[in-house]
Design a protein around this ligand. Sequence first.
Ligand code: ARG
Length: 577
Amino acid sequence: MLIQALLVERFTQAVKKLGVENAPIPISKSTKAGFGDYQFNGAMALAKQLKKSPRDIAQLIVDAVDISDLAENCEIAGPGFINIHLSKSWLAAQLMLANADLRLNVSKQKSEKVVVDYSAPNLAKEMHVGHLRSTIIGDAVVRVLEFLGHDVLRQNHMGDWGTQFGMLLAHLSDKLADNQVASTALSDLEDFYREAKIRFDNEEGFADRAREYVVKLQGGDQQCLALWEQFIQVSVSHSEEVYKKLNVTLKNEHIMGESAYNDDLTPLVDDLMARGIAQEDQGAKLVFIPELADKEGKPAVYIIQKSGGGYLYSTTDLAAIRHRCGNLGAQRTLIFTDARQALHFKQTEIVARKAGYLTSEQSYQHCPFGMMLGKDGKPFKTRTGGTVKLADLLDEAVDRATSLLASRDLSHNESALANIAKTVGIGAVKYADLSKNRTTDYVFDWDAMLSFEGNTAPYLQYAYTRIRSIFRKAKVDLESQSAEIVISNDNESALAVKLLQFEETLIVLAKEASPHLLCTYLYELASLFMRFYESSPILKDEVTAEIKASRLSIAALSAKTIKQGLSMLGIDTLEQM
Ligand code: ARG
């Protein structure tokens, strides 16, 4: 259900009746309870055009607009706002439609082919918190896009290639020569990397061997590739473990790492050179970008091949665009990385458009995110100042949730408790991240995220189980609740309007790639549910059978919406907790 779009349609007709075509029809959700549910605030602009006072125009529109089926009243406020109060019977009818529908009456959009590039850890190292954000924000957007009917192609653009592999392979080959197996040698990638780096910096001859390995690897040397493959395999399985713990939908088949483009790089550079888009400059090949000139008017420089012949991150990203837009037919590409890469993607897009790898119908959207900070406001680190491994962070989340639940002293058996702790702990970490506007930095705070109060996963999970328990007590099946709904007070209608704004929220989220919109929505929904439940008791004796059934239906839809919403954030719900 798209209330706003419906209102825009009706008001467009009304404004047409005043003789104005193509006027903007600004309809928004009202921000205050007294101002109705939606507001039209286009009268002021029309007043100038029609040379009448805004309030007169507003009155003419109110007289002309045909919305008696869905609104019980339109009042003119202030200088000429039109406050629209949706009718209780219409709201009730819409709730029943949503309740009877497995998709909660969210329709499928015209399907678009969308490439979503997310997670993309660098395999030389252990996954760290920086990749948490990309992984879970990307995954939430993917789930919403799919729910809305889009054809999503996940692309895990892993950093599995580059000069640092020379050092790693030289070190690995020594370990294997020492009779270690790869999985043992690489059981801690962070340590492994550190050791290799120390040798690279200090050990006589090691740096040269590392460089030889790079040359051999790039030259396609079989032995070297076999060693590299072992490294990649172990490293990929580390990230798979993290994905599993995190409950994200990324699978092996979505990996399309940097190395997958190796064969495309030479022809790509040749193509750009042949068409005069790139040029040679001191042995390097580059594209000048006058669109991004500096203050003196000097164009930005985008290098696609180094003077020694090596290719770069940028070359691979151009090849990726060519593959995704050309071979896969992506109409839209979304890339989730931290904000520091913004300039790179801006330049990449300009070059790709110049080259025609991206057509004007194909969009390319870098979705930047801010940093995760510690409580001290500095980049999040371990107590000793090291990078925090994602796997450790997630284990700690589950541990903390376990103690939290133990302090609540609930009678669950051990395996039930472990499952609840996992669901709450992982949910809390994910939600704390997803609920923040992605473009800003945010402070990682265990206590806040594990609180049962406020905009947190535990609060929403608890709201859900609370509704579940109402149904258990009422001995009614939540899923098959389809009674006649009658909306009898303002708290019920406020909840109803919120429930019917689910689809609107998802559509804006899909457009802006911003999952926090869904978090805010769910938090508001759960809060309105709590208020509804206080003012509209369900299980009390004095409640008649009809009213009880109606309220149970509203509660059922609330629960289903919370569950569906959380599941699109990759967060599970529990029957009991
Ligand atoms: N591996 C990169 C990093 O860790 C992210 C890759 C993002 N995707 C891309 N197409 N460049 O920063």
